[in-house]
Design a protein around this ligand. Sequence first.
Ligand code: 5RP
Length: 240
Amino acid sequence: PLSITPDSQSTFKAIKIMNQNELKRLVAQKAIEYVPHNTIIGVGTGSTADLFIDELALIKDKIIGAIASSERTKQRLEGHGIQVFDVNEVESVPVYIDGADEIDTEGNMIKGGGAAHTREKICASIAEQFICIADASKEVNILGTFPLPVEVVPLAREAVARQLSDLGGRPVWRKHADGTPLITDNGCHILDVHGLSINEPLALEIQLSIIPGVLTVGIFAQNAADIALIATAEGVKTIS
Ligand code: 5RP
């Protein structure tokens, strides 16, 4: 089991009235402590990552730059004047800092709610440490309540969906509110798989990853979080 260290600087009075967005900002601020100076770091995607980028901008002169896990993140980083490097230019990064849709007690995660999990997994794979930043609503005992995002090559979408159904899932093709298909940064589609209870995250990640046409599965077990910073009503707790 992982050990939990409460943040000694947190005060119940200050945090009790925080909404989810404020909790996300709190954990984004905390994550700055984990940014090594004079390095290139990895930056995730999503509303929590956006807030982290805004905090990173305040110390941008202390880092060399960043690799970005999505076009959205790249634009936000560059908008703040932070240099963005192509992942091909970088052998490794000391930290990759990103949110999650769910995280379990072992640091396994579901990601991809923002459709960015392929590039997120690539960035995580070259990071020495994955630091997950999340509010407490993301903590679970067993992954799978959040529908599992699976990025697929478009022509394989229905074939992959049939295989996911055979495994007991209910895949739903992700579309925009106007009914048009969501296209990822990689030109692919997303299936959100409902109804999976993921008791063995690593085994399922491997099993789904080898289905022909699957680009990336949103289970992060092979690249689980090394450190999770979780914002709660009592403050930020550190799980490592
Ligand atoms: C994007 C992701 C995000 O990390 C995840 O969806 C959490 O997002 P948010 O910080 O907005 O709650 O995996 O693909």
